[in-house]
Ligand binder design. Structure first.
Ligand code: PA5
Length: 460
């Protein structure tokens, strides 16, 4: 497994003192990075956070693999019902290993298709139900809390759509000891897999939330976890030259806070990594967007993550990135050795605008586009860096996702915020429950009415 981090274009020598880092600035903060590592390690050892352990939970990984092997061949579609961390990891894996986005690979003898219902959007739900055969669909319902309104609403429809023998075509992923999904799974005898208590949704891709849909659709989850395990060993190293996650966390922390870059552009030059870019958006936004430090001081920290796809978004976003406010750090994700380079025919047409490409490859063109964009951004003093995956297979993907999770956790420590809670999303959830008349949420329904009255008065 080989992943590199090219940080040169974050340096002051490349993008200027106002936007880049001097070696001395990096050196001076190495102690802070090592403290972040030690602080996070202590929390993991105390059992507060469990994602670093996931790739080593061989019994759980084997159990998922055995279940997938047992049911193989009895369905052509896996329908995932879940949202946020209970859907994005599965999408990242499916897009990378069975993609690419936006080509939905048709199901075939090789592996079943994955359909993800991650919104309470009736159009999405109805279109998906029409496209699937209930007798050939295995439904995987995922909710750590066991009670997320969007998931529950869509699941009730899907369960009904499955017909009288629904219970035989449903498998649940939830918490072991809380929530109504667990209660229903027990009552209706669904096979059930558990997300450990100390693993939050956005850090759960290597729990059953990501591994079960992956295994059911033919992904080698052992290799995925092997890559993630290798990265975990590196992420505990106190040597910044080896520890990519810690080094990139430190550099991103410094660029963001010292060079005033409130926006992070995740910029994969790979349609296969597009799902991972959306998974990363949630990881970065929910983990680092926080009102208070761990000590309770108000900070309103956060770096807005944006997903851009190379080279497509060179024709959409790069004008802004080059000439708009210099408020972003751009992180390219590239694949050094794509499975198929996509040879361009040698045929020459006698047209100068066409013929120079004859006999080259799309992979070479895409690589040139990425390097050209990095050079152009650099010449406009726009800091950028690149993660280079040698290949895009299970092992590299597992390692890369684990790297990004560690990077986020370390950055949380550097900012002194709790990267593992999400208080900010609770109020809108409570208002929704109030509006939908869930028992126990009446006060939120009333508060919402007061808000509506205020709006009406303001409108005049
Ligand atoms: O990261 C998180 O914890 C959240 O984004 C959750 O994944 C999301 O809210 C879905 O929660 P649940 O799995 O309980 O349905």
């Amino acid at each position: 497994m080989k992943i590199q981090f090219d940080e040169i274009n974050l340096r002051a020598a490349m993008v200027g003192d106002a936007h880049g880092l001097k070696s001395s600035e990096i050196k001076n903060e190495q102690g802070a990075a090592l403290n972040a590592l030690a602080g996070f390690r202590k929390l993991v050892e105390e059992g507060c956070y469990g994602f670093p352990h996931l790739p080593f939970q061989t019994a759980a990984i084997e159990e998922i693999g055995q279940y997938a092997a047992k049911v193989r061949g009895s369905f052509d579609t896996v329908c995932l019902v879940g949202i946020g961390g209970s859907a994005l990891g599965a999408w990242a894996l499916d897009c990378a290993l069975h993609g690419p986005h936006p080509v939905q690979r048709a199901c075939g003898p090789k592996h079943p298709r994955l359909v993800i219902l991650d919104n309470a959007d009736p159009a999405l739900t109805m279109a998906a139900l029409e496209s699937m055969n209930p007798k050939k669909t295995l439904v995987v319902v995922i909710a750590k809390s066991g009670a997320t309104a969007e998931t529950v609403g869509v699941f009730l429809m899907v369960r009904e759509w499955l017909g009288p023998k629904a219970a035989k075509r449903i498998v649940a992923v939830t918490s072991e000891d809380v929530g109504d999904l667990k209660a229903l799974a027990t009552r209706e005898s669904y096979p059930t897999f558990h997300i450990p208590k100390n693993v939050g949704g956005r850090f759960s891709v290597l729990s059953a939330a990501g591994l079960l849909p992956a295994a059911l659709t033919g992904v080698n989850i052992q290799k995925l976890c092997k890559g993630a395990a290798g990265m975990t060993h590196l992420a505990w190293q106190p040597d910044l030259a080896q520890n990519l996650a810690l080094r990139s966390a430190l550099l991103h922390y410094l660029i963001w806070t010292r060079k005033n870059k409130p926006i992070q552009v995740a910029f994969p030059y790979s349609n296969r990594l597009w799902g991972a870019a959306f998974w990363f958006r949630q990881l970065w936004a929910e983990s680092l967007g926080k009102a208070k430090t761990r000590k309770g001081e108000t900070v309103h920290a956060g770096q807005t993550p944006v997903a851009a796809l190379g080279a497509t978004d060179q024709h959409s976003q790069v004008q802004l990135y080059m000439e708009g406010p210099n408020d972003k750090v751009h992180t390219f994700w590239t694949i050094a050795r794509p499975a198929d380079p996509g040879r361009i025919p040698r045929t020459k047409l006698g047209l100068e605008g066409f013929d120079y490409l004859a006999g080259q490859s799309l992979a070479k063109l895409l690589d040139a586009e990425q390097r050209a964009t990095a050079a152009a951004l650099t010449s406009y003093h726009r800091p950028n860096c690149t993660f280079i995956l040698d290949r895009l297979d299970e092992e590299h993907l597992g390692a890369f996702l684990q790297l990004l999770e560690f990077q986020t956790a370390f950055l949380g420590e550097l900012l002194n915020v709790n990267a593992f809670d999400q208080e900010g999303v609770e109020l809108s959830k409570k208002f929704t429950c109030g509006l939908m008349r869930r028992k126990g949420f009446e006060a939120y329904g009333e508060e919402f009415q007061r808000y509506e009255a205020k709006r009406a008065a303001t409108r005049g």
